[in-house]
Design a protein around this ligand. Structure first.
Ligand SMILES: CC(C)(COP(=O)(O)OP(=O)(O)OC[C@H]1O[C@@H](n2cnc3c(N)ncnc32)[C@H](O)[C@@H]1OP(=O)(O)O)[C@@H](O)C(=O)NCCC(=O)NCCS
Length: 182
């Protein structure tokens, strides 16, 4: 099987990313959108966040087969050291180690930047997502019951959290992605 490479995302990747995620929007309850997105929406988000948060894609034979990225958990300034993380792998490439490769690259970058906590919001059930997050040290911290309605049923959302660094150390300025030298 051809090997998978992980690199920073580019605008040109967003059409493939959009296609990967539109599959899950249409076919599953993992993503709470109910309408497909456009590549332009993805480019707008990537442009807004890519200097403050790492956005990574996995490629196999130059095809984009997965994405992992971070965004603000919430906008208010005291949340600046907490990032929400997301990972998606093309449905025909699942369980082949792609998600693991993306996260193996993402978390050291977030740690290097100075993020203290990361949150994954997981619509339940989703064993693969729970599995990959727990494999990277995330722990379940709570579940909101029946906060979504999709595909004819009420859906729970669980929250998983990863924390690094010392609880007593003051927060330092977040290092922008272009300064990571990765
Ligand atoms: C969740 C997802 C990103 C995992 O990526 P993946 O490439 O399939 O996962 P990997 O093959 O790298 O597996 C990494 C680890 O995740 C866990 N995992 C993956 N698939 C799993 C499954 N079906 N059941 C339980 N655990 C699973 C395991 O711990 C696995 O490690 P192991 O293979 O050593 O046991 C992928 O399944 C996906 O895109 N799912 C749909 C979108 C989604 O739900 N994204 C998360 C939104 S919160």
């Amino acid at each position: 099987m051809p090997s998978v490479a992980v690199r920073f995302a580019e605008a040109a990747d967003m059409a493939a990313v959009c296609e990967i995620i539109n599959h899950y929007i249409a076919a599953t309850t993992f993503n709470f959108r109910t309408s497909p997105q456009t590549p332009d929406e993805w480019i707008a988000d990537w442009t807004q966040y890519d200097t403050r948060y790492p956005w990574l894609v996995a490629t196999r034979d130059e095809r984009v087969v997965g994405i992992a990225y971070a965004t603000p958990w919430k906008a208010r300034a005291a949340y600046d050291w907490c990032a929400e993380v997301t990972v998606y792998v093309a449905h025909d490439c699942a369980r082949q180690g792609v998600g693991r490769l993306l996260y193996e690259r993402l978390f050291p970058l977030l740690d290097q930047q100075g993020y203290h906590t990361q949150v994954a919001a997981i619509a339940l059930p989703n064993d693969p997502s729970v599995g990959v997050h727990e494999a990277f040290g995330f722990r379940h911290v709570g579940t909101l019951r029946e906060v979504g309605y999709k595909q004819g049923g009420w859906r729970d959302v669980g929250f998983w959290q990863r924390r690094t660094g010392s609880s007593t150390q003051p927060a330092a300025a977040i290092l922008p992605v272009p300064q990571l030298g990765a």
